[in-house]
Design a protein around this ligand. Structure first.
Ligand code: GLN
Length: 494
């Protein structure tokens, strides 16, 4: 049973049902892989194996007693910005490096209720601010395809753990691309649902009007298995939508994938997404994938989209503005890191925050505070909000011509650790993903090839609430190709 980590969630659920293996065997298998290989990757901040084994034992007992929840006993892991009761929840920050959450985030609760067993908490950029996981207080994460490279971010630990075969699926969060971009860099599938589809209760806030949790898996179907229980209305989150969720898994399983399964579907492509800065090898893979979609019956149509440079500027005003407000609660008083021997209250605030937050987080707090300050508020924040509305409108217009918009997920493949130290040049890499968050749309990334041996992801953007359509479309592609089955160097080990 050395290859359990290559199985899909569907196969794991079948194997548990047919008693080919137990949940305890699964947990032990994945835990031993993590113990022996995560030294090279650093994807876990907290390995919660003792609890996982207890939960697995209970899952096996319940199943033997007739519990028919299909996912009962399947292992997974959470990004470390989702609150987990009794377990460190650090958001990758020194300021929360001693924070043991007294409660579970709604998505954590929902996933546990579906029967999944959490193996622990995954590394991330500090407070989800970043695109390469280099800003984590707990150290950088390494890409399992080439450990000298970044895994993407901010959910770099989640993507790297799935791509390493440490967990079959994982949660992530996406404020401006933090699920899709690391999925692209690590050669796996990742979906960010429509804003409001998944509860934000208990997810440590970065930019509340943009944050949304989602999932990573080796395939669209695996992502669907974990996403399905996460969704649904939550009265504890005022932005959570009260609207029935589609049955993602059943929809995928009922999808016809042979012949011209995408006949009648229009995929929009925008010239603006193929501009300067796009790596030529990445572009080649993207164009080949679009040709494959045509072969499967889809029609490619040209659409117009807001100039990505405008989208970038809008995001990098609004996200830091919201962050500066959200992060004002970390002041060393009630919880989290507190500086040693404060002279007075002012010193306590200043030093706790200066010592507790890393450089990138401080940079964003300063940018955001500036954009919100009296005298600049209208010129920056209000103006950016107005532009945000225009971006929403542009997407609406584009969707009058097509069902899905396709683009590269990121302009380049994974870059070298330590290579891209200039913050502005890192911000530019978010060019294809952030418009989606500003418009609250759902989007996924799935692997479509390689550039110089490194994975390349294609982004599919859907209309609001079109998660099922996105997942089915990616599944159709995956049923007819095998890029999603290619393994990273680390996944091949052990
Ligand atoms: N890279 C973007 C940022 O740093 C997006 C991060 C995210 O989606 N959490 O803000």
């Amino acid at each position: 049973m050395t290859d359990l980590h290559h199985l899909s969630v569907h196969e794991l659920a079948d194997g548990l049902k047919n008693k080919q293996f137990s949940s305890q065997e699964l947990v032990k298998h994945f835990a031993s892989r993590i113990d022996s290989l995560d030294g090279q990757i650093n994807s876990f901040i907290t390995k919660d194996f003792d609890n996982a084994l207890k939960h697995a034992e209970l899952a096996d007992k319940l199943r033997a007693e007739g519990d028919t929840r299909p996912l009962l006993g399947v292992p997974m892991a959470h990004k470390d910005n989702l609150c987990t009761q009794g377990v460190l929840t650090s958001a990758g920050s020194k300021i929360l490096s001693n924070f043991v959450s007294p409660y579970n985030a709604t998505v954590v609760e929902n996933i546990a209720n579906a029967g999944f067993v959490s193996l622990g908490k995954l590394n991330m950029d500090e407070f989800a601010m970043g695109s390469d996981n280099e800003s984590s207080y707990f150290g950088a994460v390494h890409n399992p395809w080439d450990t000298a490279r970044v895994p993407g971010g901010s959910s770099g630990g989640s993507a790297a753990a799935v791509a390493s075969g440490f967990v079959p699926v994982a949660t992530g969060s996406d404020t401006g691309g933090s699920i899709r971009q690391p999925a692209s860099f690590c050669g796996i599938t990742g979906i960010k649902p429509t804003y409001g589809r998944v509860s934000r209760y208990g997810m440590i806030a970065y930019a509340s009007s943009l944050d949304q949790a989602g999932t990573f898996g080796k395939s669209a179907l695996d992502c669907a298995y974990l996403l399905a229980p996460m969704t649904g209305h939550d009265p504890k989150d005022a932005t959570s939508i009260n609207r029935p969720t589609e049955d993602y898994v059943a929809d995928i399983l009922a999808t016809k994938t042979d012949g011209k399964p995408l006949a009648g579907k229009k995929i929009g492509v925008a010239k603006a997404y193929f501009g300067a800065g796009l790596d030529s090898e990445v572009e080649k893979s993207i164009r080949t994938a679009l040709a494959k979609y045509e072969e499967l019956g889809a029609q490619i149509v040209e659409v117009d989209i807001t100039d990505p440079a405008i989208t970038l500027a809008t995001y990098y005003l609004l996200a830091p503005a919201e962050a500066s407000s959200n992060l004002s609660r970390y002041d060393g008083v009630r919880f989290g890191y507190r500086c040693e021997n404060p002279k007075d209250l002012h010193d306590l605030y200043t030093r706790s925050r200066s010592e507790g937050f890393g450089a990138e987080v401080q940079r964003r707090i300063i940018m955001g505070t500036y954009a919100l300050s009296a005298g600049y508020f209208d010129a920056y924040y209000t103006k950016a909000q107005k532009v945000r509305r225009l971006i929403v409108d542009d997407f609406k217009k584009a969707f009058e011509k097509c069902d899905i918009i396709a683009s590269p997920t990121a302009p380049t493949p994974a870059y070298k650790l330590g290579e891209s130290l200039d913050p502005a040049s890192i911000y530019l890499l978010d060019v294809y993903t952030i418009g989606v968050n500003l418009a609250g749309l759902p989007a996924l990334s799935h692997p479509v090839g390689q550039a110089n041996g490194l994975p390349v992801g294609l982004q599919l953007i859907g209309k609001h609430w079109a998660e099922s359509e996105l997942l089915k479309t990616a599944h159709t592609y995956q049923a007819n190709t095998d890029f999603h089955t290619e393994l990273s160097g680390i996944a091949k080990q052990g």
